[in-house]
Design a protein. Structure first.
Length: 249
């Protein structure tokens, strides 16, 4: 008996990956006779508790985005299980996965993925519209999020007119619109100049300090050091390092 509080208590586990493998058919199998594709993730187990800010570090091609996409239900493992917020993400239907993404997770990407035909405000409102939220309430929350993220004055602007840092702030507001228990970010500072990147780093740290659970994929060690409470490192689809991070608060 180990006496320590474990990540096995379901009430204390937001993300639970059990022995997850991911292979792509017909991948690079050089040197492996008769291999069924290359293992992008190999037998990976990982638990994340509410309130953690987990940074996933690792070189390009190590499987970081694949891991995030499995958590988001955008991709499925070849073996193993993915449970988030009590839901089996790896076995749900496409419809259920879409609903899951809408209600339980917010996603932020390197290139923002904002819709340029919509204003910043309408981009932020979109997830609420898709979820059928009451309009007045949603408009109120969207305005408050833009304000909190420091881009309220750009509410009526189209993303193309905003700086990279401002666009990423709008993207974060959109990701938070439906109050997701989990925020997933894939290289969120990868396309930003250093001042904007510092800005987004501070923002992620602040959100986590307010209790937001975050999984942050990056190959930028300084980003991990600035906002993560825990860091794992992937090499060739395996966790080679897993340790708490001392966040400067
Ligand atoms: P990272 O985000 O760490 O750079 P990825 O998770 O994007 O790594 O990719 C890990 C590996 O999986 C890479 O070698 C990549 O080429 C491969 N890969 C990713 N997606 C696919 C796909 N749809 N088909 C085949 N191989 C893929
Ligand atoms: Mg990636």
């Amino acid at each position: 008996m180990s006496g320590r509080p474990t990540g096995d208590d379901p009430a204390r586990t937001l993300i639970d990956l059990k022995e997850v493998s991911k292979r792509y058919e017909g991948g690079d199998t050089a040197g492996t006779a008769g291999g069924a594709g290359r293992a992008v993730l190999g037998d990976l187990s990982l638990q994340v508790r509410p309130g953690e800010a987990l940074a996933v570090l690792g070189p390009s091609g190590s499987g970081k985005s694949t891991l995030l996409n499995l958590m988001a239900g955008l991709d499925r493992p070849t073996a193993g299980s993915v449970t988030v917020d009590g839901l089996r993400v790896d076995t749900m239907s496409e419809t259920a996965a879409a609903r899951y993404r809408r209600s339980r997770i917010g996603m932020v990407f390197q290139f923002f993925h904002l819709l340029d035909d919509l204003t910043a405000l309408d981009n932020v409102l979109l997830p609420a519209r898709l979820a059928g939220a009451p309009r007045a309430e949603a408009a109120d929350r969207a305005a408050r999020l833009l304000d909190r993220l420091g881009v309220a004055r750009h509410a009526a602007a189209h993303p193309g007119r905003l700086s990279g840092g401002e666009r990423q702030r709008v993207a974060v507001a959109r990701a938070l619109m439906n109050r997701p228990p989990l925020l997933l970010a894939d290289e969120p500072t990868g396309a930003l100049d250093s001042a904007s990147a510092a800005d987004v780093r501070a923002l992620l740290r602040e959100l986590n300090a307010d209790g937001q659970t975050i999984v942050l994929v990056t190959h930028d060690l300084s980003l991990a050091e600035a906002c993560a409470t825990r860091t794992i490192e992937l090499v060739d689809g395996r966790i080679v390092h897993d340790a708490p991070t001392a966040v400067a608060r």
